[in-house]
Design a protein. Structure first.
Lengths: 221, 386, 243
């Protein structure tokens, strides 16, 4: 009850921080999609480069977010953005690369050779093949990668409150430092709900973007 | 021996109860292969799988070697039945050796015994033990994997084997090879085998008996020859195909319809006496010339014998073709067509001439069964058991 | 060819960068500062590893049997809905898990271990379940057909064939675990997070990096370690790494 009261009292703050949270993650994952998808497509041309790129991306994801912030702060301080939203956005951008590049790469690579041959057989140019066959078939899987990235990074952004990036994590960090369980719990629940809701909305979007006639299986990843 | 008594399976589905197998009664005598044949969804696989309780029977009984299996514990039952499935189902985490020895291990054999058994099995399926035993299933071709699947099923020497479309996933050429290998093995092993297939040619080739299923019911159960000669109803007839009489050619051996009466000449005979023999025997075109070991040496044509003077050894033509007593009629017919002949000399294992086979004899043999049937009003020659 | 030359160029560039970084850090005394933090790093690293080991092994001990249990045919009805719940659970950010754990259990090691345990538990259970459910049905039929008991089927067929997926789950889960341990400092459980967060608060880059770099290395090492264990343990016939 007390929690609900607190949440209602701070509804507008809650709302603005939620928007801030979504905006930061959205911008970062948006940029990541713009870079990750072309990279994912490009590396299908060369197996060795692909393995190298994917290996790099998986190492980056392995690095804990707070450690990544810690490493970036001194570097970004050189241009005057050591703390704040810049390191947070960059971190999210980096973390998003793996799921997006990997899914794009696998999806394009997994387009059945028969389809590819058929496309070649009816006289499509490599670009037409990519645009008309491979990308449409790969979109559900790419979307799944974007979804993974978004959900992962809602959590990363929560931690970024500690480097002054704002967002819902601020409730948690203040809750802990001020020993205020109301702020703590409201923040934790809000960020959890955000992750769950966004996950489901993107899943819905992913299904909508699946070309009709393709099995639902393909979108399940 | 496998005997099914009123074996029934009813599946409860959302659309209501579906009878997948309806009071199946049949018996497979010891050492025989019985092929369960029918279109998909006819109940053949369900019937097979009820024997080792992969599908639990709704009612009815299964007897193996005369013993009711109803009271038997499921695992004991299964360990004593060899089981081969279409998807092969080799365990990819185990080596070939571990796959083959798994049932002996479950049965508690000691190590030296099952290791030796693995090598024995490899020899039986003609794969080199040292090259294969330590490898993994993923490193083998489909045909090799299915051979291992058969070896695994036979490893504990079960009296009875169940095979669910065992060669269905293998390409046609390899399938024929594996079928032949398997039949050869079966000659020594004498297992009682139930074998599911949807391929009529496979059924005729592999089966001592064929059981045709339709919509959960056993429609006809007879030997392949009886099945082809006397399909019990229109469904069986259409399932067998319009060329079913030709399929019977596979089943009949030359030995069964050869006539041992054959007139021959020897090289030192005159053409005159050859012509006399041709007329004596009533041959239309030619007579066979044999050498001193009674092997086919040439053909003397009637027209030559009539118009020319001399000895046979100077005026013969090459023998177009001969058939062996153990060849089937399909080969004989094919040779006749290829060489435009109405008869062919037959030879035994030593190559000596022992008779002849004529187109007339073949058609009359095949036709005999159909003529007989028209008289007794479509009564099948071998009725369904009991 | 171009790849090789780009790689070569990169190598040279990295070496030059390391050299100048070394020169700069020596001249500015940064290295001495790092050395000054060394005892702290050692002490906190032990704490850090202890938290991971404790919560991680508890999670593995609970998660694998739970996944096995849920994958049994008799549990089919409950399992699907429970997996839905677990799936939702894995989307909850780890900071939120720790915060909620703290609000119920207070501060200290206990809530930290519990929170880490929960965050690690979910992916392992999920992968164990998915791995077992993903075993080829033909294998299960063959195993049943040759007369294996349910236990023999589980240990000889299902688990060996699901092991690779189970290990993938453990790898993800423990990497997340190591990465979440720094946050445990916030609820009073120590670990390398102490250097990072204090470093951020005091704006002391050297202190921050003394925490951040070992944390990053630890995560990479744990990841590689589990990958190696999986490589060695998963049977050769079903191990993509050893085809």
């Amino acid at each position: 009850m007390e929690l609900l009261q607190y949440a209602l009292d701070n509804a507008s703050l809650l709302l603005s921080r939620t928007i801030e949270h979504i905006a930061l993650v959205g911008v970062a994952v948006g940029i990541a999609t713009l870079t990750g998808v072309p990279i994912g497509i490009a590396i299908t041309k060369n197996e060795r480069v692909a393995q190298g790129v994917l290996y790099m991306a998986s190492i980056i994801v392995t690095i804990p977010s707070i450690a990544l912030f810690g490493i970036m702060i001194p570097v970004l301080s050189l241009i005057g953005h050591g703390i704040g939203y810049v390191p947070a956005v960059i971190a999210v951008l980096l973390y998003s690369q793996l799921p997006i590049i990997r899914n794009t790469y696998t999806a394009i690579n997994n387009v059945s050779p028969a389809l590819r041959e058929a496309a070649r057989g009816i006289g499509m140019s490599p670009n037409q093949r990519l645009r008309l066959v491979e990308i449409p078939l790969a979109i559900p899987v790419i979307m799944a990668g974007v979804r993974t990235a978004v959900v992962l990074n809602i959590g990363v952004m929560a931690i970024a409150a500690y480097i002054g990036a704002g967002g819902l994590g601020t409730f948690i960090s203040r809750g802990i430092s001020q020993s205020d369980p109301r702020q703590l719990i409201v923040g934790a629940i809000a960020v959890s709900l955000l992750a769950i809701i966004v996950d489901y909305s993107l899943l819905y979007l992913q299904k909508r973007l699946t070309p009709r006639g393709m099995s639902r299986e393909a979108a399940a990843t | 021996m496998i005997r099914l008594e009123s074996l029934t399976k009813v599946f409860d589905t959302q659309k209501g109860a579906v009878v997948a197998a309806d009071h199946i009664d049949m018996e497979v005598p010891e050492g025989e292969i019985c092929v369960l044949l029918g279109p998909s969804g006819c109940g053949k696989t369900t019937t097979l799988k009820m024997i080792n309780r992969i599908v639990k029977p709704t009612s009815g009984k299964v007897f193996i070697n005369g013993d009711d299996t109803t009271g038997l514990d499921t695992q004991t039952l299964r360990r004593n039945i060899g089981y081969v499935i279409q998807q092969i189902g080799l365990f990819p985490n185990m080596t070939i050796e571990e796959n083959i020895t798994i049932v002996p291990k479950l049965l508690g054999w000691d190590k030296t015994k099952y290791k030796a058994r693995a090598r024995e099995m490899m020899a039986m399926i003609a794969l080199e033990p040292d090259a294969f035993l330590k490898r993994f299933p993923s490193e083998l071709s489909g045909g090799q994997q299915q051979r291992i699947g058969v070896a695994r099923a036979l490893a504990a020497d079960p009296p009875v084997m169940l095979m669910d479309e065992p060669f269905g996933a293998i390409d046609p050429i390899n399938r024929a090879v594996i079928q032949d290998e398997f039949l050869k093995m079966q000659q020594d092993l004498n297992k009682t085998i139930m074998f599911v297939s949807h391929d009529i040619d496979e059924a005729i080739k592999m089966g001592d008996r064929v059981a045709v299923f339709r919509e959960g019911k056993l429609v006809q159960y007879s030997t392949p020859d009886d099945l082809l000669a006397a399909p019990k109803n229109a469904f069986v007839e259409s399932f067998l195909g319009e060329d079913r009489a030709l399929k019977r050619l596979n089943l009949v051996k030359v030995r069964e319809i050869v006539t041992d009466e054959i007139g021959t000449v020897i090289p030192s005979d005159t053409l005159e006496s050859a012509l006399a023999k041709i007329d004596d025997y009533g041959y239309q075109n030619a007579i066979l010339m044999v050498n001193e070991r009674k092997q086919p040496a040439g053909i003397i044509n009637r027209s030559i014998a009539r118009t020319t003077k001399g000895y046979c050894r100077d005026h013969f033509q090459a023998v177009p073709a001969v058939v062996d007593l153990d060849d089937d009629l399909r080969k004989a017919a094919s040779l006749m067509f290829a060489h435009d002949q109405t008869w062919l000399p037959c030879v035994d294992k030593e190559g000596t001439v022992c008779g002849q086979i004529t187109q007339r004899a073949m058609t009359s043999h095949l036709g005999a069964r159909y003529r007989a049937r028209q008289g007794d009003d479509r009564k099948p020659s071998a009725a369904i058991k009991e | 060819m171009p790849i090789r030359s780009i790689k070569g160029a990169l190598k040279v560039l990295v070496l030059v960068a390391i050299f100048f970084a070394g020169v700069w850090s020596q001249s500015s005394g940064v290295i001495d500062e790092f050395i000054w933090y060394l005892p702290d790093v050692q002490y906190l690293m032990v704490q850090h590893i202890w938290l991971t080991a404790m919560s991680g092994s508890l999670a593995i001990i609970v998660a694998i049997p739970l996944g096995v249990l849920l994958s049994r045919p008799s549990m089919a009805r409950v399992a699907e809905s429970l997996m839905q719940v677990l799936n939702v659970g894995t989307t909850i950010p780890t900071l939120a898990v720790l915060a909620l754990s703290m609000s119920f259990l207070g501060i200290g090691v206990l809530p930290a271990v519990f929170g880490l345990f929960v965050a690690t538990l979910l992916p392992i259970t999920r992968n164990t379940y998915a791995g077992l459910k993903g075993v080829n049905p033909a294998l299960m039929e063959a195993a049943a057909g040759i007369g294996m008991s349910p236990m023999q089927r589980l240990f000889k067929v299902e688990l060996p064939n699901a092991l690779y997926v189970i290990f993938a789950g453990m790898r993800t889960a423990l990497t997340i675990n190591v990465g979440t341990v720094p946050l445990a400092f916030l609820i009073g459980a120590g670990g390398l997070g102490e250097l990072i967060f204090t470093g951020i608060d005091l704006y002391d880059p050297v202190m921050m990096l003394s925490g951040a770099i070992p944390t990053a290395l630890l995560a990479i090492v744990v990841d590689a370690l589990i990958a190696t264990i999986a490589f060695l343990i998963v049977p050769r016939g079903v191990n993509p790494g050893r085809a």
